[in-house]
Ligand binder design. Structure first.
Ligand code: F6P
Length: 544
């Protein structure tokens, strides 16, 4: 990768700083009034996705400078290095190849002498065979009954993708099988998930890239105890437990036959793994054909990201806009507001994708950054959010760029619900952008003392993303869009978007603290005074 000048010293960054001072002098009302074609010009389309970014605090000059910044940061070279399988995850010395998970069967990509596309399709074929046998009732449990319940046990990327995809694609799912997802080490999660299930008809998928994650192994052990307790034999495990992991040794150690293991590779990050074998529950739910449709959707956007000019490249434009607000306006967060009930876990999924990826404070070279990196991503489906936190979006003191996500057709059409839903998407984007002036409020006969309360400042940025109808293919496109949006941000910031060292310390400390909580006798405490006092108080509560 070319050696680089510090980000803030790049010419485009400095010009953007000057340009920002000009932009804040204008507003969206003026920008639209002066340019009747703005709404048709500041938009981009790819693979059935329509991105309207005209309601952002940008001009053509802003976009030109942001794209120049991308060029100065060698975004395209970074992108191509990823697609070639180079070790761009420098701190873990690994390639980053989730894009290979969705490459068509007739393509190939050789990394370290191995055709990874062939490996991917071998696993996909085994998954399909297994999914078909579960769906058809051919796969029988220990007592000869077919599977009626599938419980995925995993956490982080081994949970959020499967849950989000299951919920998002529920319309396409096989309703004869119930799906549950257990992630939290809080026993309530497992106990509630299993409460009404029959062990004879339950299949557990233990999903863990490392097969060393405390929460997942603890839940998997308890699930095994539940199963063996229910069926009265250790032999039952073989018919009721399968594993998804990169670590065959640990899977075997746990007691799952590696013949019932579906593998993936260290070049797939946990948060980029929902389309690997980690998607086994998704494949059982929607069937192999639909799963392949989802992969095709991912691939559509991979190809767009890889080949489209940056000026029309949706993930690039979205990533650059995120940088614009984070670094030049000091925006701390980005809201993602899907107007599709089936996408209700999409913001939660994006939280890991975006924040575990770009929540970094040093550059690839290890230097402390002197600019803001990953913003906080959050969100809820509309219209529900409108009746809770949108007040702050409209009239609060903070600038919060948001992504609205809407669809042309409902999956469950009912009267005029969908038109009303969509009217709200457009209305919210309009209200955020243009607000309501003091003049308008007065003209409505509002009492003078109430006028300031009713003024809507407007000038609040949003994107509107529209797609035809939620389907496996469209979901794949949406996820890939955000993956490459995150990539774009990380490449400009010059950080490693593919490691997650920040989550390690807490794990280590928890294993140090746990013995003091479980010890029968009062332990000698060697922590800081706050932690010591908390441990002491917890032990009192526990014994009370
Ligand atoms: O703790 C963070 C993390 O490592 C995530 O990156 C990952 O998705 C999750 O834990 C689960 O890890 P595993 O799949 O190895 O159990």
């Amino acid at each position: 990768m070319p050696t680089t000048t510090p980000l803030r010293e790049r010419p485009a960054w400095q010009e953007l700083q000057r340009h920002h001072a000009e932009i804040v002098q204008t507003d969206l009302r003026t920008l639209f009034a002066d340019d009747p074609g703005r709404g048709e010009r500041l938009r981009a389309r790819a693979a059935g996705l329509y991105l309207d970014y005209s309601k952002h605090l940008v001009t053509d000059e802003t976009m030109r400078l942001l794209l120049r910044l991308a060029g100065e940061c060698h975004l395209e070279e970074h992108r191509d290095a990823m697609f070639r399988g180079e070790r761009i995850n420098v701190s873990e010395d690994r390639p980053v190849l989730h894009v290979a998970l969705r490459m068509p069967r007739d393509t190939s990509l050789t990394v370290d002498g191995v055709d990874v596309v062939r490996q991917v399709h071998e696993v996909l074929d085994r998954m399909a065979e297994f999914a078909r046998s579960v769906r058809s009732g051919e796969w029988l449990g220990h007592t000869g009954k077919p599977v009626r319940n599938v419980v995925n046990i995993g956490i982080g990327g081994s949970d959020l993708g499967p849950v989000m995809a299951y919920e998002a694609l529920r319309h396409y799912s096989w309703r004869d099988i119930a799906f549950r997802f257990v992630s939290n080490v809080d026993s309530t999660d497992l106990v509630e998930a299993l409460g009404d299930l029959s062990a004879e008809e339950t299949l557990f998928i233990v999903s863990s890239k490392t097969f060393g994650t405390l929460e997942t192994l603890t839940n998997a052990r308890s699930a095994r105890d539940w199963l063996v307790g229910g069926l009265g034999s250790e032999d039952a495990v073989a018919r009721h437990f399968v594993a998804v992991s990169t670590n065959a040794e640990r899977v075997a150690e746990f007691g799952i036959d590696t013949a019932n293991m579906f593998g993936f590779w260290d070049w797939v990050g946990g948060r980029y793994s929902m389309d690997s074998a980690i998607g086994l529950s998704t494949m059982i739910a929607i069937g192999p054909e639909q799963f392949h449709q989802m992969l095709a959707g991912f691939h559509d956007i991979d190809e767009h990201f890889r080949t489209a000019p940056l000026t029309e490249n949706l993930p690039v434009l979205m990533g650059l806009l995120a940088i614009w607000y984070a670094d030049f306006f000091g925006a701390q967060t980005v809201g993602v507001l899907p107007y599709e009930q089936y996408l209700h876990r999409f913001p939660a999924y994006l939280q890991q994708l975006t924040m575990e990826s770009n929540g970094k404070r040093v550059t690839l070279g290890g230097d402390r950054v002197d600019y803001d990196t990953g913003p906080v991503y959050w969100g809820e489906p509309g219209t529900n959010g409108q009746h809770s936190f949108y007040q702050l979006l409209h009239q609060g003191t903070r600038l919060i760029p948001v992504d609205f996500i809407g669809f042309g057709r409902a999956l469950n059409p009912l009267g005029d619900h969908h038109d009303l839903l969509t009217a709200n998407v457009f209305a919210q984007a309009q209200a955020l952008a243009f607000g309501r002036t003091e003049e308008d409020v007065r003209a409505e006969g509002t009492p003078p003392e109430v006028v300031p309360h009713r003024v809507m400042p407007g000038n609040r940025p949003s994107s509107v993303l529209l797609a035809e109808q939620l389907s496996p293919r469209v979901l794949g496109r949406l996820v890939a869009l955000y993956e490459h949006n995150v990539f774009t941000q990380g490449a400009v910031w010059g950080i490693d978007s593919f490691d997650q060292w920040g989550v390690e310390l807490g794990k280590v400390l928890a294993t140090r603290i746990a013995p003091a909580l479980t010890a029968a006798d009062e332990p000698s405490l060697e922590h800081d005074s706050s932690t010591n006092a908390l441990i002491h108080h917890y032990r009192t509560l526990k014994d009370s």
